[in-house]
Write a protein that binds this ligand. Structure first.
Ligand code: APR
Length: 314
């Protein structure tokens, strides 16, 4: 038998990265390599997680390192390296610092895992995915940003709570950039296949849309010392699972667009298909006037962010 386990490397062993490793190992997606510039932290967390495997009964090796050689031939790489937001900071404040980190990280990935599908989690997401794509030089299907699943998960949890229904029956998605201009799509949301308006007033829906847009800041405001990590890491690992198991799932992700929604050569949150080849398809929807205006506004914000990036040395 030549069957080999899948290999997932997680770059950055902070809150988001170590929790990614946790979800990925617990789901037995493959063997996990956790890399951080702080070697002790990566090794310590990886060993601790591996030592949980007999108790939880998962057959995933977990290895901590600061060397890219250990990530060699990864099937999927999840990048979480970078600084998180502090209260009062926007995701864009992180731009300069995280761009430098992203570039270094992607040079390591390019050298050792030229065939990997790369999932970018570090913020500001739409710009970090751009830096990753430029540095890696990988085709569009193999560099994907994690944002939409998280934003949608927030929207779905708020809807489930307000309507007092199971989260499992709530479908919802969010398009656009991963910032305050994101575009939740209530018209396309459903509870058990029925429209949201069968369960919630328009006023309540508007309130939940607004809370979703500020969902990241709500957590930062509570934590004070960092940003969200359970839901972000669960979302990144859902993408990894769809790719590693070739599930052909339809999920909202930040994809490199080539004309869809009038956007070109940049990352924007869209509904797409994830399978063994990474982002296999972008699903372009017919938007109504409000949705189109919202998405154009979001596209403008992403372009501004990329403009700021162009003026930086990294
Ligand atoms: N190479 C590898 N790891 C690095 C590098 C680098 N060049 N620079 C920093 N790191 C590591 C840090 O040592 C730290 O362990 O990245 C990790 C970041 O972890 P946290 O500070 O805990 O941040 P976290 O909450 O995990 O968020 C990471 O994800 O959601 C986004 O906005 C968030 O950009 C942030 C990222």
């Amino acid at each position: 038998m030549t069957h080999q386990r899948k290999k997932i490397s997680v770059i950055g062993a902070g809150f988001v990265g170590s929790t990614c490793a946790h979800w990925a190992a617990a789901k037995e997606l493959g063997d996990v390599v956790l890399l951080d510039i702080n070697e002790g932290s990566a090794k310590g967390k990886a060993l601790d997680l591996f030592e949980a495997s007999p108790v939880e009964g998962f057959d995933s090796k977990v290895h901590g390192t600061s060397s890219y050689a250990d990530t060699k031939n990864s099937d999927v790489v999840i990048i979480t390296a970078g600084l998180p937001r502090k209260p009062g900071m926007s995701r864009d404040d992180l731009l300069a610092t995280n761009a430098k980190i992203m570039k270094t990280v992607c040079e390591g990935i390019k050298e050792y895992s030229p065939e990997a599908v790369v999932i970018v989690v570090s913020n500001p997401l739409d710009a970090m995915a751009y830096v990753a794509k430029q540095t890696l030089g990988f085709p569009a299907n193999r560099v994907i940003g994690m944002a939409g699943i998280l934003d949608s998960a927030r929207f779905r949890s708020f809807i489930a709570e307000a309507a007092d229904v199971s989260v499992k029956d709530v479908h919802a998605f969010v398009l656009g950039g991963h910032g305050d201009t994101m575009v939740p799509m209530p018209r396309h949301c459903s509870i058990g296949g029925a429209p949201l308006t069968a369960f919630l007033s328009q006023e309540k829906i508007d309130e939940l849309v607004d809370r979703t847009r500020k969902g990241g800041a709500e957590i930062v405001g509570l934590l004070k010392t960092g940003s969200a990590y359970y839901a972000p890491s669960a979302s990144a690992v859902q993408m990894a699972e769809a790719i590693l198991k070739d599930q052909k799932r339809i999920l909202p992700c930040a994809g490199w667009l080539q004309g869809e929604y009038g956007a070109k050569d940049l990352f924007l949150g869209v509904l797409c298909q994830l399978g063994g080849n990474g982002m296999e398809k972008v699903i372009e929807l017919d938007l109504n006037d409000t949705e189109r205006a919202g998405l154009e506004n979001s596209l403008k914000a992403v372009k501004e962010l990329l403009g700021a990036l162009e003026n930086l040395e990294y």
